[in-house]
Design a protein around this ligand. Structure first.
Ligand code: NZQ
Ligand code: ZN
Length: 387
């Protein structure tokens, strides 16, 4: 096991109607708040009114910035930074999912910086300070509600890049599973795929003697798999929605990665796809993760056998370990398909025209991944395996 420091200070407030508490949580950080959200959905559902009332009850002044798109854009982040500086904002509240939260995080970092916020994504500048942010989560997926990272798309060249810092973790995140009832099946499935991918990125490591975190990862994957079809078939099943919502946070709050070095190649390979084609990140992962697995499994067949056996209950064939490993990959792929995800580029209506360009862009700052290092030609081969 690697040495590690684990510090995740995001306060999680979980349960029915807990969004009503947002005012009393936010007021601790000051009385001038930027309210950040996506489309008009939260106004129709009544969530917006509930949050605004709770904030106003605490005497908080609200400046609003809606309009965050999935795969959030740096242009809106720049608008947010300008608003925060102009109004001397003390706190940012994100209502939504990974896209809104990531946009809020980037604004939080950009407000404390004199240069252009995109510098944090090119490596030109490092984040050292952020405005505090809070979250009312409406979709369990990205895990951004307690992660230290943000992923932003620059329309100028369609670069989708990540950045992060420990001070970027939200101060609090309100998780009411009822708020996820309105999610369409496709979005629910994208979220499920993303959280599974966050666990798999950590699971496929070269680190030995990480039994506890191996088993925590396997337990979380099994819980997600167990509840996935229930939330799709019964969108208002509180218990199943609650399991999925908490799993999404646990998958990406860094606990499951303690003492081990995760891979993250599949995420970088996927970001090129959602950057260029603007598809949901989870859908891109359902396509890329199985292809990545097929490309790398020979590097550590035993780990893939363990995954097949402990996560998918596949009996180990001692005479043919490779067969067992491949059966686990096949099960993963079949599961993504069963919840309505595309598992090939073709199914997502993505042709071959940008594959070389995406492989080049993905590796322009060096090879990807840690399980094995992936160079431009490897990434290209993975895209081809995903055809
Ligand atoms: O934007 P709104 O109006 O909220 O609508 C969203 C959006 O259209 C909608 N939605 C959210 N909650 C809903 C709902 N619709 C009906 N009922 C509800 N309760 O769903 C759509 C997708 O929302 P989005 O925020 O884009 O989804 P998600 O949470 O999957 O976030 C994806 C983004 O997070 C990044 C991804 O790359 C992608 O850009 N990631 C961020 C990470 C991080 N910061 O730690 C890690 C992840 O690996 C990921 O890369
Ligand atoms: Zn992800």
């Amino acid at each position: 096991m690697q040495d590690f420091i684990f510090q995740n200070s995001t306060k999680i407030i979980f349960g029915k109607q807990k969004e009503q508490l947002v005012g009393q949580e936010a007021v601790v950080y000051g009385k001038k708040l930027l309210l950040h959200y996506g489309g008009g959905r939260i106004k129709q559902s009544g969530l917006y009114d509930t949050v605004v009332k709770s904030l106003q009850d605490q005497g908080i002044e609200i400046i609003e910035l809606g309009g965050v798109q999935p795969n959030p854009r740096v242009s809106l982040v720049r608008e947010g930074v300008a608003l925060c500086k102009e109004h001397d904002i003390n706190f940012i509240l994100a209502i939504g999912g990974g896209s809104v939260i990531d946009s809020a995080k980037a604004i939080a970092a950009g407000t404390k910086y004199d240069g252009d916020v995109w510098d944090f994504f090119t490596g030109k500048a490092a984040i050292s300070e952020c405005l505090p942010i809070g979250v009312v989560l409406t979709i369990p997926a990205a895990g951004s509600e307690s992660s230290s990272g943000t992923v932003i798309t620059n329309e100028d060249g369609w670069y989708k890049k990540s950045s992060g810092h420990n001070t970027m973790r939200p101060q609090f995140a309100i998780l009411n599973p009822e708020l996820s009832y309105t999610l369409p099946a496709y979005q629910t499935a994208c979220g499920i795929t993303d959280m599974m991918a966050h666990i798999l990125e950590r699971y496929f490591t070269n680190e030995k003697n990480v039994d506890l975190t191996d088993r925590l990862c396997e337990a979380a994957l099994r819980a997600i798999i167990h509840n996935a079809h229930t939330v799709l078939e019964e969108p208002t099943n509180y218990d199943a929605r609650a399991e999925i919502m908490w799993s999404g946070t646990i998958a990406h709050n860094d606990l499951l990665g303690t003492g081990r070095i995760g891979d993250w190649g599949s995420h970088d390979i996927e970001h090129e796809i959602s950057g260029i084609y603007d598809i949901a990140h989870g859908a891109g992962l359902a396509i890329i993760f199985p292809a990545w697995m097929k490309y790398v499994y020979k590097h550590d067949v035993n780990r893939f056998v363990q995954f097949a056996n402990r996560v998918w209950n596949i009996e180990i064939d001692m005479n043919n370990l490779e067969k067992t490993a491949l059966a686990g990959i096949k099960k993963t792929e079949e599961f993504f398909k069963s919840i309505g995800m595309p598992i090939t580029l073709k199914e997502a209506e993505i042709g071959e025209e940008h594959l070389e360009e995406m492989a080049k862009k993905a590796t322009e700052n060096g090879p990807l991944g840690n399980f094995i290092k992936l160079y431009e030609t490897d990434v290209y081969q993975i895209y081809r395996l995903a055809k």
